[in-house]
Design a protein around this ligand. Structure first.
Ligand code: GDP
Ligand code: MG
Length: 153
């Protein structure tokens, strides 16, 4: 494998309420990515502000914050070759209405404010920062998938 990369992914409250955790986890597992951390949790206002720091001054932030804190989320870390960009591709566009069928947002969403899933963007350091916000080092688990030798050249 070229370098293994880690990305932070989260099933948002709408995805949890709609029973999509299993479907979403399956897609990443089937793709060959490796789950190295997972936590069912509730985001509070402070964590919402930290996680979405780049959006705190945007007009939609209050809606975003009350949505993301409105119910439990399923937070995860996935690892694999080019994981950050591959997850973004599998998620689709930010707006489900513009997301292609076959992507998670394109298959399970219709509205920008209810787009089911979060995944770290490809900006340098984003994934690392988000993983650190949600997980301690001891919660990240290192192991080998039995199919690893068949997933990578
Ligand atoms: P992402 O990285 O694809 O999730 O998109 P962004 O980082 O640009 O925005 C973060 C999240 O804020 C999105 O996933 C949406 O849930 C929400 N969001 C972004 N833009 C808007 C908007 O214009 N209106 C509303 N209500 N929510 C928005
Ligand atoms: Mg983003």
């Amino acid at each position: 494998m070229a370098e293994a990369e880690r990305t932070f992914v989260m099933v948002k409250p709408d995805g949890v309420q709609r029973g999509l955790i299993g479907e979403i986890v399956s897609r990443f597992e089937d793709r060959g990515l490796k789950l190295i951390a997972g936590k069912f949790m509730r985001i509070d206002d402070e964590l919402a502000r930290e996680h979405y720091a780049e959006h705190v001054d945007k007009p939609f932030f209050d809606d975003l914050s009350s949505f993301i804190t409105s119910g439990p989320v399923f937070a995860m870390v996935w690892e694999g070759q080019d994981a950050i960009a591959q997850v973004r591709t599998m998620m689709g566009e930010t707006d489900p209405a513009e997301s292609a069928p076959g992507t998670i947002r394109g298959d399970f969403g219709l509205d920008l404010g209810r787009n089911v899933i979060h995944g770290s963007d490809t900006e340098e350091g984003s994934a690392e920062r988000e993983i650190g916000l949600f997980f301690d080092e001891a919660e990240l688990h290192d192991y080998e998938r039995i199919d690893e030798t068949w997933l990578y050249e």
